[in-house]
Design a protein around this ligand. Structure first.
Ligand SMILES: *Cc1c(COP(=O)(O)O)cnc(C)c1O
Length: 372
């Protein structure tokens, strides 16, 4: 890099410089709305109407957003998607789960069930990062787990059920929910955390559960298997029905989440949000295709994520330097997933991120590359 720092001119700076894949951009309007109600909302009991009505808005808003059929329920609890893996190992998996592993996050859930002493070792169907995922033909009758979007590599997986067997389809939608279309009849559990497409603070997990999943939760709980109460899905189910969490939640997270769900609904719902991410994805991938030294990490366009794009660079370009220069100019978190270790940029395209800002970002990257 040249000695003088590279200063990106203002017209090439996005209006908001946050492109991280989680935590991700929180809309300033949401934070302002929170500030407006803070005096009567923050620091009040989560067992009273003020907070419970926000949880009710979230649960109803999710049911509408995803078009959940009758009998599906929205559960929530503390601890994010990582805590949900632990809860699922206790309260959803009967004996042996099957996992599609295509990157860091999907491998972590498989590691949880492998480590659980009360479960058999899981069946793992693994594909190298970036390659088209291999889908299970038969996953038995227990749990089949896979991500809708593997955030660490930028691969999206079409929603599917195994061709045979009656396994519950348990979908990690942490970075997909709210930004990618979904057919609710294709899952039994669709779980996520709110700091990605839902553009708010972290710390919660949410799970849309089919009647079969609710039945499984009840059956395992009734079987007498010991479960830590904070990870017990039946306790979460009972509290969620009362628009509460088992223990104290982060009230700011709940408020920002309700605000984002309303924001998406006001603009036209999931189709609108997904179309916005589609537009951003088109901008980024078209930009990569137009540059000799850049290429989408995921070669097959059918699997390229429209919410977290990963762009590889050849030897002529040091992507780390690009991210570093962007960062000193206030454009942050374009680094690749740390453990992937590639010469790459990863750019979040969540619905809260303006497609125009994505377009400006590509021009800023061009500007930086010309000057490296
Ligand atoms: C971010 C992410 C997680 C982890 O979420 P936490 O809320 O940090 O536990 C799990 N799975 C996927 C696909 C993710 O993108």
């Amino acid at each position: 890099m040249s000695a003088a720092p590279i200063v990106i001119p203002p017209e090439l700076l996005p209006s908001d410089g946050r492109f991280g894949s989680g935590p991700s951009k929180v809309r300033t309007e949401s934070v302002r709305a929170l500030a407006d109600v803070a005096g009567t909302y923050m620091g009040t009991s989560h067992r009273r109407e003020g907070v419970r009505s926000v949880v009710a808005r979230i649960r109803e808003g999710m049911a509408t957003l995803f078009g959940l059929p009758d009998g599906y329920e929205v559960l929530l609890g503390n601890g994010g998607s990582t805590a949900f893996w632990d809860a699922a190992a206790f309260g959803l998996v009967e004996r042996q789960s099957t996992h599609m592993v295509i990157g860091e996050f999907s491998s972590k859930f498989a590691a949880v069930t492998r480590g659980a002493p009360h479960l058999d070792d899981p069946i793992v169907i693994e594909t190298a990062p970036g390659l088209p995922p291999q889908m299970a033909g038969d996953a038995g009758n227990d749990v089949y787990a896979y991500p809708q979007n593997e955030t660490s590599t930028g691969i999206s997986v079409p929603l599917h059920r195994p061709a045979s067997g009656n396994a519950l389809a348990v979908v990690d939608a942490t970075s997909a929910a709210g930004g990618i279309r979904v057919d609710p009849t294709a899952f039994d559990v669709y779980y996520f955390a709110p700091q990605k497409c839902f553009a708010c603070d972290a710390g919660l997990w949410l799970a849309c559960c089919s009647p079969a999943a609710v039945e499984r939760i009840r059956r395992i709980a009734a079987s007498g298997r010991w479960q830590p109460p904070s990870l017990d899905l039946r306790i979460a189910l009972e509290n969620s029905r009362l628009d509460q969490t088992y223990n104290t939640p982060a009230l700011a997270t709940l408020f920002l989440l309700a605000d984002q769900v309303d924001w998406i609904a006001e603009h036209g719902g999931l189709e609108w949000a997904a179309a916005r991410s589609d537009r951003s994805a088109h901008i980024v991938y078209e930009w990569a295709d137009a540059h000799e030294y850049a290429s989408p990490f995921v070669a097959d366009p059918a699997y390229r994520s429209h919410v977290t794009a990963t762009i590889d660079f050849d030897d002529r370009i040091d992507a780390q330097q690009i991210s570093a220069v962007l960062r000193t100019n206030g454009v942050v978190d374009t680094e690749p997933y740390r453990k992937l270790g590639r010469n790459q940029l990863r750019i979040a395209l969540f619905p809260a991120i303006e497609p125009d800002d994505v377009s400006t970002l590509t021009r800023a990257i061009d500007y930086v590359i010309e000057r490296l």
